[in-house]
Design a protein around this ligand. Structure first.
Ligand code: NDP
Ligand code: MG
Length: 386
């Protein structure tokens, strides 16, 4: 039996992970499950998967969690410190699936245990950058990329040496607004942006897919995960989301990973790594698909990938500022406070202000994140449409 912790168990990645665990119940012992505020859902999952501990980050919901788990023998805890304490418990695999910078501290705690971390929480890696990769090296931890593109690249890299890589191509669906004009984009509503053509995901990443900031974050994530120069990382729009990414080697061979648009495939690759496991995912029907198409990204209509590239080139605090400002902007868009096109504008404005010094430790990263959120909130006051 292998021990597993799922940070962000009540989310979309959490649900996909638990679906795979449920199908292979005898192989797994669940150490910890965590959520932010969905106490009743966490109770339901804890009663089914019997973890040692269930943690709710929002302490105001702890009483509800405690009540729901009374008599089960499962510990119930609340707050940020409890989250990190749970993330630090011995386990064979930690799935890092909290959304945004909120996942940073518990993910770092899991890394400091020197175990295997399946990383979906790309914002944590984008913000922490070298601080996280240095901790991975220092504590002898292993990061398994769970994001479908990075999982694809990770798989393609098994066939060659990193120094022989000529380029890495991240594919992007282009999101629901791929063919919209700028004037249409200005009036895009949250309901329209939340309808992703291929993937069923949490709200924040779905909006990031619509703005293409998701691909911008993934560009930085790829640079952090795979030691190749930024100039070797490319973005290609591929609306069918069948090819999840590609690696081109110097001899002219390009390797790609293909699969259905179902996160259970890359998650299964992390759960079983370095072996393979069965999933219930339908095999690809390439004849049914008939055609795969590819387009260059349009940075006029979708400036987010340019902003991310510039932040990656600037380095230091810039990626953390980009990601924090984006979190503020996405929340404001979802709350109806700003227009869709203001999301990238707000990120650009926040990046234009003086950047804090490069973070050297987790506390520095959290401080940069906090400063960037304040700045973005100030900018929001001048951008607010409603
Ligand atoms: P969801 O919004 O569906 O789930 C987020 C999870 O994090 C929930 O369990 C939520 O708890 C918890 N959470 C939210 N805020 C906090 C907080 N402040 N403190 C502690 N826990 C918190 O997100 P997704 O599952 O879609 O995405 C998770 C991560 O994986 C993101 O970084 C995303 O970019 C990445 N990812 C997701 C993919 C997908 O297909 N969904 C694909 C590739 C990457 P609660 O439910 O109580 O709010
Ligand atoms: Mg992805």
């Amino acid at each position: 039996m292998r021990a597993i912790t799922i940070l962000g168990a009540t989310g979309s990645i959490g649900a996909s992970t638990l679906d795979l665990i449920r199908r292979n119940r005898a192989e797994w012992r669940v150490v910890a499950l965590t959520a932010h505020s969905q106490a009743s859902e966490l109770v339901r999952l804890a009663r089914e998967f019997r973890p040692e501990i269930a943690v709710i980050a929002d302490e105001s919901r702890l009483a509800e969690l405690r009540e729901g788990l009374a008599g089960t023998g499962i510990e119930a805890a609340g707050g940020g410190q409890a989250l990190c304490e749970a993330a630090g418990r011995a386990s064979d695999l930690t799935v890092s699936a909290i959304v945004g910078a909120a996942g940073l501290a518990p993910t770092m705690t899991a890394i400091e245990q020197g175990g295997v971390v399946a990383l979906a929480n790309k914002e944590a890696l984008v913000s922490a950058g070298d601080v996280m990769t240095a901790a991975v090296a220092r504590f002898g931890a292993t990061l398994l990329p769970t994001d479908s593109e990075h999982n694809a690249i990770f798989q393609c890299l098994q066939a060659g040496r990193i120094e022989d890589v000529r380029s890495i191509t991240l594919t992007a669906s282009g999101g629901p607004f791929r063919e919209w004009t700028w004037d249409q984009l200005r009036t895009a509503t949250p309901a329209q942006a939340l309808k992703h053509p291929n993937w069923n995901m949490g709200a924040k990443i779905t909006i990031d897919s619509a703005t293409m900031m998701n691909k911008g974050l993934e560009y930085i994530e790829a640079h952090r995960l795979f030691p190749v120069g930024l100039e070797k990382i490319r973005i290609l729009v591929h609306p069918q989301s069948v090819i999840h990414s590609m690696v081109e080697y110097r001899d002219g061979s390009t390797l790609a990973q293909l699969g259905p648009s179902d996160m259970r495939v890359p998650i299964a690759s992390c759960l079983a790594w370095p072996a393979r496991m069965d999933t219930p995912c339908a095999p690809l029907d390439l004849v049914g698909l008939g055609t795969l198409s590819f387009f260059a990204p349009d940075e006029e209509r979708f400036p987010a990938t340019r902003l991310a590239r510039e932040a990656a080139q600037a380095g230091g605090a810039a990626p953390a500022v980009l990601s924090a400002a984006n979190e503020v902007a996405v929340a404001a868009f979802l709350a109806g406070q700003i227009a869709f096109t203001d999301i990238s504008a707000l990120v650009a404005q926040t990046l234009d202000s003086d950047l804090p010094p490069a973070p050297q430790c987790l506390d520095d990263v959290l401080a940069v994140d906090a400063v960037a959120r304040v700045r973005a909130a100030e900018m929001l006051e001048t951008t607010r449409v409603a």
